[in-house]
Design a protein around this ligand. Structure first.
Ligand code: ADP
Ligand code: MG
Length: 510
């Protein structure tokens, strides 16, 4: 008989009139790795925040090891052996690993923290579960994957038997993901229970025993992972069939359209985020940029689209110098962007869907004639795009600010793709979209390329970069460290380059 370590019954959580968790049941057994699968906004984090005592459920009951518990705050959760690693780590950069682990805990040896004893215990835990870290290293000096291990150790140090990991792989390289999978297996084999939140089907197949699928706040089912394939999981997650294959003709490369020469762009702290970066992009190709978040991708896009000054170097578009031109001039020259920060850059939240759809083209026919807006044309056009991109709700008069994140993205993508630009820059174009919408965006990016456009794709999703691109440029510390033909690319090689392990990797320049 398996013992249920966690039983959540009829959990309802409302935020105002919105129901984020709608009568969810969840049972997890000892020693199992249980995945929570769902699209962005499905209610996964909410459910786990309830289990960890960060939110109080509107109604419902929680049993831990068969006993009903009122988890009113995280201290109660910790007392009952529940630990949680959040999407954003909560570590102090200037403290060491051990200092972070014991931070906030009762001292065991009078007012002076017993660092020595703590270090020993951390080392023991490290060894037992394969969580290798240097206890004396400062957080600011260790990798993100390492920081995540510190968070896991912190939970174990507090006696966690049940570990909740909220999208732990989102910030990791492929190698680090493999390591984390090994750590999870080691923890589970030694009796720990793990709940992992993710929307990546591959990872669920790789590591989880059971999977509970949540869609729009409701539990769809709990399945044994062995007995389902990725297609079936995807269908449960989005509620309809999804195709995973990206059909692509051979590349038919045309002329060079974008020639980026040795550019330097600073970040907000005035450091060189883009560090003498050079890159050529040709019409008819998708050039993918692979890299871990924070290696200058955002500053690079902002630089070439006129949103951030280029300190030195040049951007040549169709033989015209567009370095440091205004965003408006750059768009009008024929370079469109699906921006990374959609709320800030992509939409006017106070405008309707229809108004946002024609934001860059309102002054053109048929949307305006002789200086007057043609509302009928604007509405017809938006309705078509709303239908085609499955924007919900299907109401062109809805304010953009009232849409969910995924639907805001769909509005921008619909607009930018129908702009038919010569160069389309797609920055994280599918982030936050469900697999069905992702399929659609991929098809459109390839259609752009097949129509002879140049597509520059920047994505943290390595699968996406590999599947869509013709060439892949790897960015590391603000430089392109290598460019490979996508046909020769695999996750391992790219992962190593992304972590700075490439052959052409130079010494850090200060
Ligand atoms: P997931 O983790 O599955 O992506 P979340 O549980 O974070 O989803 O969110 C589910 C829904 O609840 C989303 O629509 C989100 O906007 C909403 N939500 C989450 N937290 C809050 C909050 N504190 N206040 C209001 N709405 C919230
Ligand atoms: Mg979440």
């Amino acid at each position: 008989m398996d013992m249920k370590v966690i039983e959540m019954k009829n959990i309802i959580k409302k935020f105002g009139s919105f129901t984020a968790n709608d009568n969810i049941d969840l049972s997890v057994h000892k020693g199992e790795i249980h995945a929570l699968l769902g699209e962005n906004g499905a209610g996964k984090s909410t459910l786990m925040n309830i289990l960890y005592g960060l939110y109080t459920p509107t109604s419902g009951e929680i049993y831990i090891n068969g006993k009903k518990i009122n988890i009113t705050n995280p201290n109660v959760a910790i007392k009952h052996g529940i630990g949680m690693v959040h999407q954003h780590f909560m570590l102090v950069d200037t403290f060491t690993v051990v200092e972070n682990i014991i931070l906030g805990m009762e001292t065991t040896n009078g007012p002076v923290l017993d660092i020595k004893r703590a270090t020993k215990k951390v080392e023991e835990l490290s060894k037992k579960y394969g969580l290798f870290v240097d206890p004396n290293a400062k957080i600011q000096d260790i990798s993100v994957g390492m920081q995540q291990r510190v968070e896991i150790l912190k939970a174990l140090y507090r006696g966690a038997d049940i570990l909740i990991l909220d999208e732990p792989t989102a910030v990791l390289t492929p190698q680090e993901i493999d390591e984390l999978i090994n750590i999870m297996r080691s923890l589970a084999s030694q009796g720990k229970t793990i709940i992992i939140i993710t929307h990546k089907l591959k990872e669920i197949k790789a590591v989880a025993d059971y999977c509970t699928v949540i869609r729009r706040g409701k539990k769809i089912d709990t399945v044994k992972v062995e007995s389902v394939n990725e297609e079936e999981l995807a269908e449960m997650m989005v509620g309809r069939q999804v195709s995973f294959t990206v059909d692509k003709k051979n590349v038919n490369r045309g002329k060079k359209v974008l020639d980026i020469k040795d550019i330097v762009v600073k970040d907000n702290r005035k450091l060189n985020a883009v560090n003498n970066l050079s890159l050529d992009i040709y019409s008819g190709e998708i050039l993918g940029i692979a890299g871990i978040d924070g290696n200058g991708q955002s500053e690079f896009i902002e630089g070439i689209t006129g949103l951030r000054p280029i300190e030195s170097g040049q951007v040549i578009f169709d033989e015209k110098d567009i370095t440091n031109k205004s965003p408006f001039e750059i768009i009008n020259a024929g370079l469109s962007t699906i921006p990374e920060d959609r709320q800030r850059r992509g939409l006017v939240l106070d405008f309707t869907i229809a108004e946002n759809m024609i934001l860059e083209n309102y002054h053109k026919e048929p949307f305006s004639r002789k200086g007057r807006l043609n509302h009928k044309a604007i509405e017809d056009f938006s309705e078509k795009l709303i239908e085609k991109f499955d924007v919900r709700p299907r109401n062109h008069g809805q304010k953009a600010g009232a849409l969910s994140g995924g639907n805001q993205q769909k509005v921008i993508i619909a607009r930018e793709i129908t702009n038919n630009p010569e160069v389309l820059i797609a920055a994280q174009p599918t982030r936050g979209l469900d697999v069905g919408a992702i399929e659609y965006v991929h098809k459109y990016l390839i259609e752009q390329r097949d129509n002879g456009r140049a597509v520059l794709l920047i994505s943290f999703e390595l699968d996406e970069v590999i599947n869509l691109s013709d060439r892949i440029a790897v960015i590391y510390e603000g430089k392109i460290v290598d460019i490979i033909d996508a046909k020769d690319a695999d996750e391992r090689t790219l992962g190593l380059l992304m972590a700075g392990g490439g052959a052409n990797n130079e010494e850090d320049e200060e």
